[in-house]
Design a binder for this molecule. Structure first.
Ligand SMILES: [Zn+2]
Length: 370
């Protein structure tokens, strides 16, 4: 404590004693705290290593915090120890935290080869199957596989199975591969008839035409029966063309079909009419087997489309099922005039389920008779 004595001197009080000192040597207020010497930054020991699992990276040293990104297993990383259990991972200019136990110092081992997901057989009777460089029908052909060749597949994308071909990745169409051995399949020739076509649109609901829906479903039935069962399937039409009813019957004969299934959609003047029904002809020479075929299709179809009304199996002497020379059925997949049915007829997912129902009904019939 001090007080000014005159212009240049001050009195300093220490205990009971007083002293004099030049005022310039005294600063009022609390003395400044001495600055500690600047601490040396800790030496960061960076390590090269790899993620020994798919390692979550965090912005905090907390596994319950949001995952900032995931480091795939065997990815090489630079990291340093942060504390006893966490490390800092350096990616570009960013830093993340990850548990040290998920990292291993040193060189990453080669990632183990992907495991096959199943076996399939190529199914191109009398023909070969192209192996493509990518999952596209327009990509380079790497080679060809004979009918009935068994291959391991590594999953499917875009309608192609990924396979190994001469030590590299190749792709084969799932439409020409099947999970059962082709020689276990029946020799039955299945003829699918997509109703209407060309200048005859069939029943219409706005921009939706019966001829389009039934051609799409027919192709789905074809693909399903080929790929799952290896059956031989033929279509009376595979494009938007007009065929007379008699041309359809004659085509089935020429193709030496063993059974014939015509696909249609219904229409009514009232929107209340709805549901799925299958017809056979009591007039046909094959009415007993046709009834079994129609019944199998209707029950399998309803199994897949349980949300739709089941109108059952009926008889009708429609031309294509009455004058055919093989067991025949005609399926009405739903009413294009019904607001409920039309949502299914428009939907890809519903069309696929309809196709699978029709196909499984056909397969049930084929297993019984062929
Ligand atoms: Zn029709």
């Amino acid at each position: 404590v001090s007080s000014k004595y005159n212009t240049s001197w001050s009195v300093v009080y220490l205990g009971n004693e007083t002293y004099y000192t030049p005022t310039v040597g005294i600063t009022t207020g609390a003395p400044p705290v001495a600055k500690p010497p600047a601490a040396k930054p800790p030496v960061v020991q960076k390590v090269q290593g790899y993620a020994n699992r798919n390692a979550n990276l965090y912005k905090k040293t907390l596994q319950s915090s949001p995952v900032a990104r995931v480091l795939p297993q065997y990815t090489t990383v630079t990291y340093s120890k942060h504390n006893t259990s966490w490390s800092v991972v350096y990616i570009g200019t960013e830093t993340f935290y990850t548990p040290t136990s998920w990292l291993t110092a040193g060189k990453a081992p080669a990632a183990p080869a992907a495991k096959p997901q199943g076996k399939v057989y190529t199914n191109t009777p009398g023909d070969v199957l192209n192996v493509r460089a990518s999952a596209s029908a327009s990509s380079t052909v790497l080679g060809r596989l004979a009918h009935g060749t068994q291959v391991d597949h590594y999953g499917s994308t875009n309608g192609f199975y990924k396979i190994k071909y001469n030590g590299r990745d190749g792709y084969i169409s799932t439409a020409y591969a099947m999970t059962l051995k082709p020689n276990a399949a029946s020799n039955a020739v299945i003829v699918l008839d997509a109703g209407h076509g060309g200048r005859d649109p069939g029943a219409v609901s706005g921009s939706l035409y019966e001829k389009t829906v039934v051609l799409d479903v027919s192709k789905r039935v074809e693909t399903y029966l080929r790929s799952k069962y290896g059956y031989e399937v033929r279509l009376t039409r595979s494009t938007d063309v007009y065929l007379t009813l008699d041309q359809r019957v004659q085509t089935a004969k020429t193709l030496r079909g063993n059974l014939f299934v015509s696909l249609h959609t219904n229409a009514a003047t009232t929107p209340a009419a709805k549901g799925v029904e299958t017809f056979y002809s009591s007039y046909s020479a094959h009415s007993a087997k046709s009834r079994v075929l129609a019944t199998n299709i209707q029950s399998n179809l309803m199994g897949k489309m349980s949300g739709m009304t089941n109108r059952g199996v009926k008889t009708a002497n429609y031309y294509v099922i009455s004058y055919n020379t093989m067991p025949s059925a005609l399926v009405e997949l739903g009413f294009i005039s019904s607001p409920q049915d039309v949502t299914h007829l428009r939907s890809d997912a519903s069309r696929q389920r309809m196709a699978e129902g029709v196909a499984e009904g056909i397969a049930q019939y084929v297993r019984a008779y062929h």
